[in-house]
Write a protein that binds this ligand. Structure first.
Ligand code: GLA
Length: 502
């Protein structure tokens, strides 16, 4: 409910009066809809709408960052004159009435400092959604023949978020080559959200001032022997509140092809406010069709966080990979929560179509080198896309050695394209096995516990009837002497031993 402006003015006067008379403030006055206008360096102003309904100690409502999503208010409490609450995406709010406006302090779980804003009473335009354009009739699209092994590259989001620009992309392409990443197989330089500005009179999307010339940028990346990727949403705005492809799917596919784009990450975001989950597949199909007609081979990466069992239909909309989870963050807990839950999806991965447990955090600083080796090993066992998410220009030797370990990458890129499954878990030690094209398998022994552990198992546990002829440790680059009784080794806390067993 949005109180009209007279009422709000009256409330404001009452507020003034109450402060003069030193009466206690009544937090109920915050009820209504408030818009925070957040100007940004590039791209449009972000309008975040906060809906509040308070009755005594009980506060309900939602936060709409632009119209990208409607995030329900959680854990709300009244703290003196403030109302304190959180919403998904890791945001924490503290709000109170300030004259005719709402004073808002926002902070993020991810460690960014608190920022303060003034929110004004909302007007209807702040929350208006466009009319729904019906998605196409369901059909199965043929495969585009791309990504026969899991895509390898880099994406700007995990490290740079809104800080990505033309310079970062060019310097990353340089670093991709100079660090040996390109030689190890990494090919795609992917620009994530925050490059978009608006649409020109011809309906074509325009990049904001961080990216003055996309076509020239693509040419630069191509001249390095690399490929370039971009990001959009089937909704009117992206998750970051930038322009999405809604109603312009054909235009955008054409524009990407003209620019020389090789990869599209297509992120559900505000589409969730226009379409039901029943329509989700057809909405992705629409962009799959547009890409197929664009005249350029473009890898199609579906990002809808694993909703509606995307793995069962992803290839049928032309998808080459699909996210299987919410967003990863740079912590052991986040990586562990996503990575070790993936085993059941193994049957759905194969050449041309891959489960995507989200981009790598290796080298971003929130985990130890041991934990990053586990993260990288697990993603390789899962035949996951290897999309680095760190700053390649300044990475440490440790990080570079992890990301460019060719023996480990070969497990990910094995042409058989099978994903590992967990063959046993004892306490917090888990063994995962991935069949390899040349026969034999990769075996990963993970210790998820807080203490070092001894892992010991007979070869039969990993599907071998006999003692293997060769066992190679892929992190130590050493051949081991296979013992007839099986495998046994100490695995450090949060660590891994990765073997090729033949
Ligand atoms: C979503 C995606 C992320 C990233 C951001 C950008 O959260 O899951 O990977 O693309 O949007 O806004």
């Amino acid at each position: 409910m949005i109180p009209n402006s007279n009422l709000r003015r009256a409330l404001g006067r009452l507020l003034l009066l109450s402060s003069i008379l030193a009466l206690p403030l009544r937090a109920e006055e915050v009820n209504g809809s408030w818009t925070m206008d957040q100007p940004r360096d590039a791209g449009p102003i972000l309008h975040t709408v906060i809906e509040l309904h308070q009755h005594g100690e009980n506060v309900e409502g939602s936060v709409m960052p632009n119209i990208a999503a409607e995030l329900p208010i959680r854990e709300a409490r009244v703290d003196d004159e403030d109302i304190v609450f959180r919403v998904d995406w890791g945001w924490r709010f503290r709000v109170h009435l300030d004259g005719l406006n709402l004073h808002v302090a926002v902070s993020y779980d991810q460690g960014k400092s608190e920022q303060e804003y003034t929110a004004r009473p909302s007007i209807p335009a702040d929350t208006q959604l466009p009319a729904q354009v019906a998605p196409p009739a369901l059909r199965d699209l043929p495969s585009n023949g791309l990504a026969l092994t899991p895509p390898m590259g880099w994406n700007s989001w995990n490290h740079f978020a809104e800080g990505v620009d033309d310079t970062v992309v060019r310097e990353t392409a340089d670093a991709m080559v100079s660090t040996g990443m390109a030689a190890a197989g990494y090919a795609y330089i992917n620009i994530d959200d925050t490059w978009e500005l608006d649409r020109g009179p011809d309906g074509r999307i325009r990049s904001n001032r961080k990216f003055p010339d996309m076509k020239a940028l693509a040419a630069y990346v191509h001249a390095k022997g690399l490929k370039i990727g971009i990001y959009s949403s089937p909704g009117p705005v992206t998750c970051g509140g930038y322009a999405g492809s809604y109603g312009h799917e054909e235009d955008d596919a054409k524009t990407y092809a003209e620019w020389g784009i090789d990869y599209l990450k297509y992120d559900w975001c505000s589409a969730g406010r226009l379409y039901t989950n029943d329509q989700l597949r057809r909405v992705y199909q629409r962009m799959g069709e547009a890409l197929a007609r664009s005249g350029r081979p473009i890898v199609f990466s579906l990002c809808e966080y694993g909703m509606v069992d995307v793995w069962t239909w992803g290839p049928k909309v032309g998808g080459n990979l699909w996210r299987t989870s919410g967003d990863i963050s740079d912590s052991w807990k986040s990586m562990e929560n996503i990575g070790f839950k993936q085993g059941a999806l193994a049957p759905y991965a194969g050449p041309g179509h891959w489960n995507d447990p989200d981009m790598l955090e290796v080298g971003n600083g929130g985990m130890t080198p041991t934990e990053y080796r586990t993260h990288f090993s697990l993603w390789c066992m899962l035949a996951a896309p290897l999309i680095a998410g760190n700053d390649l220009r300044t990475m440490s030797d440790d990080t570079r050695e992890i990301l460019t370990n060719r023996e480990v990458i070969a497990v990910d890129q094995d042409p058989l394209g099978r994903e590992a499954t967990r063959v046993y878990a004892r306490e917090l030690v888990e063994v995962w096995v991935k069949p390899l094209k040349a026969g034999g398998c990769a075996v990963a022994v993970f210790n998820r516990g807080r203490m070092d552990a001894v892992a010991a198992f007979p070869w039969s546990e990993v599907g071998r009837r006999e003692t293997p002829a060769s066992v190679r440790d892929l992190w130590r680059h050493a051949d081991l002497t296979p013992s007839a009784t099986g495998f046994s080794a100490r695995v450090p806390s949060h660590g891994v031993i990765l073997l090729a067993v033949r």
